[in-house]
Design a protein around this ligand. Structure first.
Ligand code: PEP
Length: 252
């Protein structure tokens, strides 16, 4: 798997201008961790301001509409994110899939729109607790990837897949290291089946209750190429502890 470990903060619907200081602090500290790729996905209202305030870290959206423009009140398109200075966007987060009833086809269209607009994409997938308990986790995630991966030329180079078990998001619970390893290996196999050799280059992130005290162990799992971090990304201190854990994994 190519590339530096990728640590991305998903701020969700949190943050006003007061959070600019956290972004600046993360950016300043990123200079100490040149072997880690660091990014934040703030609310869209802060994207432009954070882009202007930082130099080293990536900045991205949390979602985009599949259409470029039109009568879609409240929505934001991929070209708009790009225009505001985004490098990437998240698509298919479980909160979007659940609260906004987004299907795999919707997510696929969003990812393709983002790539067309010149953004990299972080595609989120993950099973519910009931699906895991039923022994269906790998099949559910494979079906999500097959249904929602962008199918455009050059997609693998700009795509990351974030495995986020729904039951681990914001709960303080994480899967066993063995389960993370098995799922990431299964995701790799699915990506290679879809993209051929290119599937080997897609970065696979783990997300769900990543904190400073579990990050090192999770990031050391084979095929875990980084982390998508929610709650612990809301303060520079806790986020940078995760970045530091990634930096200590022997990539230097
Ligand atoms: C997320 O929602 O993408 C996430 C990983 O959240 P948390 O780290 O808070 O579990």
């Amino acid at each position: 798997m190519a590339g530096l470990p990728y640590i991305v903060g998903n701020w969700k619907m949190n943050g006003t201008r007061a959070m600019l200081n956290e972004a600046r602090a993360i950016d300043r500290a990123a200079a100490r961790f040149p072997k880690v790729q660091v990014a934040v996905a703030p609310p869209a209202t802060l994207l432009y301001r954070i882009r202007d305030a930082v130099e080293l870290i990536g900045v991205g959206g949390q979602d985009c509409r599949a259409e470029d423009s039109g009568a879609f009140t409240g929505d934001i398109s991929a070209p708009m994110l790009k225009d505001a200075g985004a490098d990437f966007t998240i698509v298919g987060h479980s909160e979007r899939r659940t609260l906004h009833s987004e299907s795999d086809a919707d997510v696929k269209a969003k990812g393709e729109a983002a790539l067309s607009a010149g953004l990299a994409v972080i595609l989120c997938v993950g099973e519910t607790e009931a699906q895991r308990d039923a022994g269906d986790a790998e099949a559910v995630v494979a079906a999500q990837i097959e249904g929602s991966c962008p199918a455009v030329d050059g997609a693998p180079e700009k795509l990351s897949v974030a495995y986020e078990p729904v039951w681990a998001i914001g709960t303080g619970r994480v899967p066993s290291i063995e389960d993370v390893a098995a799922m990431h290996a299964a995701i790799r196999a699915t990506l290679v089946a879809i993209y051929g050799e290119g599937g080997a280059d897609v970065r696979i992130l783990y997300g769900g209750s990543v904190k400073a005290d579990n990050a090192g162990e999770l990031l050391a799992v084979p095929e875990v190429g980084g982390a998508l971090v929610g709650g612990a990304s809301l303060s520079a201190e806790s986020f940078l502890a995760i970045v530091g854990a990634a930096a200590s994994l022997g990539n230097d």
